[in-house]
Design a binder for this molecule. Structure first.
Ligand code: FMN
Length: 302
């Protein structure tokens, strides 16, 4: 066997071992049976606005629950401990940092191959300039097509995910064979973009065309048989907001129209059916109303 053939055989073996240990996709047993016993999804459920949890909260009060939230102590974890399986970090992070928006990315390869996939390691991180971040986890074998496309063509469309889209969005995450279109698998509709090649998702309330401005690859963390993990920084080049879902200036999207889906741990999603508000405070206006703030204000350096 040539040395390159040996290397390929070794790496295929590494990938097979990595695959065996990779348990990110949760086994949910007979899901159809489990779900059959649950109430139907209420499509018309209104979004109520309530008071905040402690509307009479005062400065310095912390959580006004008579110490109940201080009873249990914390358990310390080293995420890199040799006996801590990676899967435990995955489960801990996706259940503990929640809810997360779904970053639904449309990309295209240099050969014109289209891709549509959801990512939960996603967030808007600035508005001036409008910037977004997407994380691609390491997995057995090659890197995700979306990441490869972003690296190759540096373009994408970020599409919002509303409640009515979730089954279609989830279907687009299937490990379809190379060349099979997730657009067709999902049944979602393509509409052309203006500043980038990948299409927009017509069903989404909000589409953001964007270009890759930076990529950080975590080469020092790569394990045998596993793909590279990477984080991609994307700068928006165009916004598209569905008509009838925002104010006349297109400066605010109506929550009742967006109906966003929040990702929780495991295969759980949450919906927003109840909200509350808390105004932002200004020091100069609050000091006269609070003895604590007045005392703190008196101690500030001249
Ligand atoms: C709601 C949802 C969120 C997901 N989030 C991520 C993620 O944050 N990172 C990731 O690597 N894969 C994530 N996945 C899995 C990818 O969507 C899936 O691996 C997809 O097949 C990748 O496709 P690609 O190889 O065509 O880019 C998620 C799947 C779903 C359904």
């Amino acid at each position: 066997m040539s040395s390159s053939a040996t290397a390929a055989a070794v790496s295929q073996n590494d990938t097979a071992v990595a695959q065996k240990n990779y348990k990110i996709v949760q086994d949910v047993g007979n899901f159809a049976e489990t779900e059959a016993n649950r109430p139907d999804f209420d499509q018309e459920k209104p979004i109520e606005v309530t008071k905040s949890p402690y509307p009479k909260w005062e400065y310095g009060q912390g959580v006004p629950d008579n110490g109940a939230s201080l009873v249990q102590k914390h358990h310390e974890i080293d995420p890199y401990a040799p006996d801590r399986p990676m899967i435990n970090n995955y489960r801990l992070l996706v259940s503990g940092i929640a809810p997360r928006p779904v970053g639904f990315l449309s990309t295209i390869s240099s050969q014109g191959q289209k891709n549509l996939s959801p990512f939960s390691y996603f967030q808007v991180i600035d508005h001036d300039p409008p910037m977004f971040i997407v994380g691609f986890s390491s997995r057995p074998g090659r890197v995700k097509d979306t990441y490869r496309n972003l690296k190759e063509t540096k373009e994408c469309v970020i599409n919002t995910v509303s409640e009515n889209m979730i089954e279609a969005v989830n279907a687009s995450s299937i490990d379809a064979p190379y060349g099979v279109s997730e657009w067709e698998v999902s049944g979602l509709h393509e509409v052309p973009s203006t500043t980038v090649k990948p299409s927009r998702v017509e069903e989404s309330v909000f589409n953001i065309e964007g270009k890759v401005i930076d990529i950080k690859e975590f080469t020092d963390h790569q394990q045998p048989g596993m793909s590279l993990a990477a984080t991609v920084l994307i700068k928006a080049t165009r916004f598209w907001v569905k008509e009838g879902t925002a104010d006349p200036e297109y400066s605010h999207i109506d929550l009742d129209k967006l109906r966003p889906v929040g990702q929780l741990g495991g295969v759980s999603y949450g919906r927003i059916t109840s909200t509350f508000e808390r105004p932002r405070a200004r020091w100069a206006e609050e000091v006269p109303k609070s003895q604590l703030l007045a005392d703190l204000d008196a101690t500030k350096p001249e």
